[in-house]
Design a protein around this ligand. Structure first.
Ligand SMILES: [Zn+2]
Length: 277
């Protein structure tokens, strides 16, 4: 939704606010759009969110939209990212018209970025630091920046991709330490990139290799590892692209709003490492 944050995620009063409130000059019916594709449901919580919508996404994510004035979808309808789903209202316990936007993963609330008064724009991606449900699926993902001291699934990807480029690492541990830093510097030097030991957009673009039928071991392994340990697909991590790997990639692409072709090219790599962490 386009508007401004009226109450950010975090401690509030005596409690905790597990979402972000977004207002727009009290305009009842102001349009709200799906944050990501998925199956949308209408619901009612008279003492709380009032009329609300929740959308079930891939990867265990659910996004929720509370205090609605109107429903733009029917219960159980599949919606694409950016589709209109309803209008802002003041239903339930809202004090003044606003959208309560919340994201859960596997039943637990996900911390959302944003500060009081911050302007937000419908269709614009959230902070790239946000580990949640991703950008707009049409190139709206961004390459996250990784450097010394970081850790997580994307660092495994960096380590495996460096192996593919014939750098032999002692550790495959998802930790961006001195070994990764110095190896990235070597890789950058060899590829004509600025040598800073930081994996940003240019280094990501040089590191990634398309994963598809018959593709090389390490890139395939990296994508499988990501799909299994960050996206929850219980697939074998064996460096071999087969029907199981293809199915997991297609499922991820569908949930991420990408072209579903089972091929991890630049867009899908970007979504994998941007949505994940
Ligand atoms: Zn709220």
């Amino acid at each position: 939704m386009t508007g401004y944050i009226t109450s950010p995620y975090g401690p509030r009063g005596n409690g905790y606010h597990y979402g972000v409130d977004i207002g727009y000059y009290g305009e009842i019916g102001h349009p709200i759009y799906a944050a990501r594709s998925g199956t949308a449901y209408t619901a009612e919580d008279p003492g709380g969110y009032g009329n609300y919508i929740y959308i079930q996404h891939d990867g265990g994510y659910v996004s929720e939209y509370g205090h609605l004035n109107s429903f733009g979808i029917s219960h159980g309808q599949y919606v694409g990212q950016g589709d209109y789903i309803g209008g802002m209202g003041a239903d339930g316990n809202a004090q003044g018209a606003h959208l309560h936007f919340e994201v859960e993963r596997n039943g637990g609330a996900v911390s959302l970025p944003g500060y009081d008064g911050q302007n937000v724009t419908a269709g614009a991606g959230m902070s790239k630091d946000f580990p949640g449900i991703g950008g707009d699926g049409g190139g709206g993902y961004s390459w996250p920046i990784y450097s010394n001291g970081d850790q997580g699934e994307a660092v495994y990807s960096i380590q495996y991709l460096l192996e593919h480029h014939d750098y032999n690492l002692q550790y495959h541990d998802g930790i961006y330490g001195s070994e990764v830093t110095s190896t990235v510097q070597s890789f950058q030097s060899a590829n004509g990139l600025s040598v800073d030991g930081v994996v940003g957009p240019n280094t990501w673009s040089a590191l990634i290799v398309t994963v598809q039928s018959g593709s090389a071991y390490w890139p395939t392994y990296a994508a499988q590892h990501h799909l299994r340990y960050d996206e929850g697909h219980s697939i074998a991590v064996d460096g071999v692209y087969g029907p199981e790997t293809q199915g997991a990639i297609e499922s991820f692409q569908s949930g991420a709003g990408l072209t579903v072709d089972g091929i991890v090219g630049p867009n899908t790599w970007q979504a994998l490492v941007d949505i994940g962490n």
